[in-house]
Design a protein around this ligand. Structure first.
Ligand code: ZN
Length: 148
């Protein structure tokens, strides 16, 4: 994959144009802000956790197609999962977007459409911003997350 156009698969464009779970979550009990200065992506992630399970998740913010699609895909992927499962998913996702020759991990589902960013190192930060922000939210950290 050498053509930037190949990166923007239909699923990514769909989630960019129609982000899922976008908007503030009024009864969130975890939240964090993330910022990717390299690209200008910024987002706030809202999570409602009960008994270790991510019951609800949403995001607000503005950013490029990759960061927005990744945040949207994140919300679909982690809703209903335990905090531990979400952390494990982040680890697998990060491998997917940073390492070559990774065998597809079962369980990544639609997140696999972002595998193409590994060809574009600058875009890796766009793709992982929402995940770093999620980790901060789950950990209860309040200072904004920066990818730099
Ligand atoms: Zn970006």
């Amino acid at each position: 994959m050498n053509d930037l156009r190949d990166l923007y698969q239909d699923v990514i464009l769909d989630h960019y144009r129609r982000p899922r779970h976008r908007g503030a979550l009024v009864d969130a009990n975890r939240r964090a802000q993330g910022f990717n200065p390299l690209c200008g992506d910024q987002l706030t992630l809202y999570v409602r956790v009960k008994d270790g399970v991510i019951e609800e998740v949403s995001f607000e913010g503005s950013g490029c197609a990759i960061s927005t699609a990744s945040a949207s895909l994140l919300t679909e992927s982690i809703k209903g999962k335990t905090e531990r499962e979400a952390e494990a998913l982040f680890d697998r996702f990060r491998e997917l977007v940073t390492q070559d020759d990774v065998t597809p991990h079962p369980g990544l589902g639609k997140l696999e459409v972002l595998a193409g960013v590994r060809e574009f190192p600058v875009r890796v930060k766009c793709a992982t911003l929402a995940w770093h922000t999620l980790r901060a939210a789950l950990a209860g950290r309040h200072e904004p997350v920066s990818t730099e």
